[in-house]
Design a protein around this ligand. Structure first.
Ligand code: FMN
Length: 331
């Protein structure tokens, strides 16, 4: 009897929640970028430019980048910049597009310094020499100045937040598990919807497991072998109820994850968040690879390692604050 009533309840809830999930689905298909060749919407074009230049800046920040890496992406990036340039007056260029040119310039310099030319990029950049002169917008990589930071036993919040960067080039040495647990304990101070505290962390220091998990994750190529502790940040869906909660686990887990990244930095652990924005097939593969409760939704991975002196990290300028803020207006 109980079995039957549970089945009926499942079907009722399945139907009850469907509209809400469909609403999200329709909005995502409608508003996310689904164009590839021309990209009519200029905001979406800028987003595409960012995602492409990011591949290059991250490539430049690993230990030993391959000469002339990423040529197909670079060609695509240059094409999109040219489209953007045809649409937007140079005086009004988005910060991110200026950054993309700086990243291309560093890419060219990286190759030239090692005796490899990148004529295609140089030729392209000639048309944008005026934009490249803009001083206050950065792009490419910078060295993290860690001396002062390491001299502070408990660095201040501002220092931690300013220093935190995604690291893709780790030093030699093991991350201490005790520090990882201390950082997790700090992150547990994060707020969560109705204090549900659904965040869960799967941890491994096992080399084989890390390699297998990162091979499936796919976003740590070129530096995965330097990660010596891997976390999988999850949210336990069993903490939630009702259609209004359908994204609560993602929100609570992300707040927790961000606190963790800051806390890890405070404990002088170098970190890199790694996406688990995967299709369902990869999610099923992951569940077949390691054991954890079915109710856990996997949000993202975090790779950890020790800081290397003067490690280089991407330095592109963040969007301007006034551009991301708008006053709330009554309709
Ligand atoms: C959820 C999430 C997933 C990410 N996944 C990857 C990834 O798979 N590989 C990677 O190299 N960087 C990844 N990153 C790092 C971003 O590229 C990085 O946060 C972004 O470029 C901003 O740089 P910053 O973290 O140094 O400020 C991810 C970041 C987030 C928040």
């Amino acid at each position: 009897m109980q079995f039957i009533s549970e089945r009926i309840r499942f079907i009722l809830y399945w139907l009850r929640y469907l509209n809400d999930f469909l609403y999200d689905h329709i909005r995502f298909v409608k508003y996310s970028n689904t164009e590839y060749t021309y990209i009519r919407n200029t905001d979406k074009l800028v987003a595409k430019i960012i995602s492409l230049y990011h591949v290059i800046e991250k490539g430049l920040s690993i230990d030993r980048p391959r000469l002339r890496f990423g040529v197909p992406r670079i060609k695509m990036l240059m094409r999109y910049i040219a489209i953007y340039s045809g649409r937007v007056d140079r005086g009004n260029w988005d910060i991110q597009v200026v950054s993309s040119l700086k990243v291309l310039r560093e890419y060219s310099k990286f190759n030239k310094d090692r005796g490899a030319d990148s004529l295609l990029v140089d030729e392209f950049l000639k048309d944008y020499s005026d934009v490249l002169e803009v001083e206050h917008i950065k792009g490419g990589t910078k060295a993290l100045d860690l001396d002062e930071f390491f001299s502070q036993e408990a660095p201040l919040f501002d220092t931690v937040v300013s220093l935190r960067s995604s690291v893709r080039n780790f030093g030699v040495g093991e991350v201490a598990l005790a520090d990882v647990h201390s950082a997790i304990a700090l992150a547990q101070q994060s707020p969560s919807t109705c204090n549900r505290q659904s965040s869960r962390v799967l941890i491994t220091k096992d080399r084989i497991q890390i390699d297998e998990l990162l091979a499936l994750q796919g976003g740590a190529n070129g530096f995965s072998e330097q990660i010596n502790c891997l976390l999988v940040i999850c949210s336990d869906l069993s903490c939630y109820q009702g259609p209004g909660d359908r994204t609560s686990g993602i929100i609570d887990g992300s707040l927790f994850g961000m606190s963790f990244l800051h806390a890890a930095t405070r404990y002088k652990i170098a970190s890199i968040p790694l996406n688990w924005s995967k299709n369902y097939k990869d999610d099923i593969k992951l569940r077949a690879m390691i054991s954890f409760p079915d109710s856990y939704a996997v949000l993202f991975f975090v790779g950890l390692g020790v800081f290397k002196n003067n490690v280089r990290v991407p330095c592109s300028t963040k969007n301007s604050t006034h551009e991301i803020c708008m006053n709330i207006e009554v309709i």
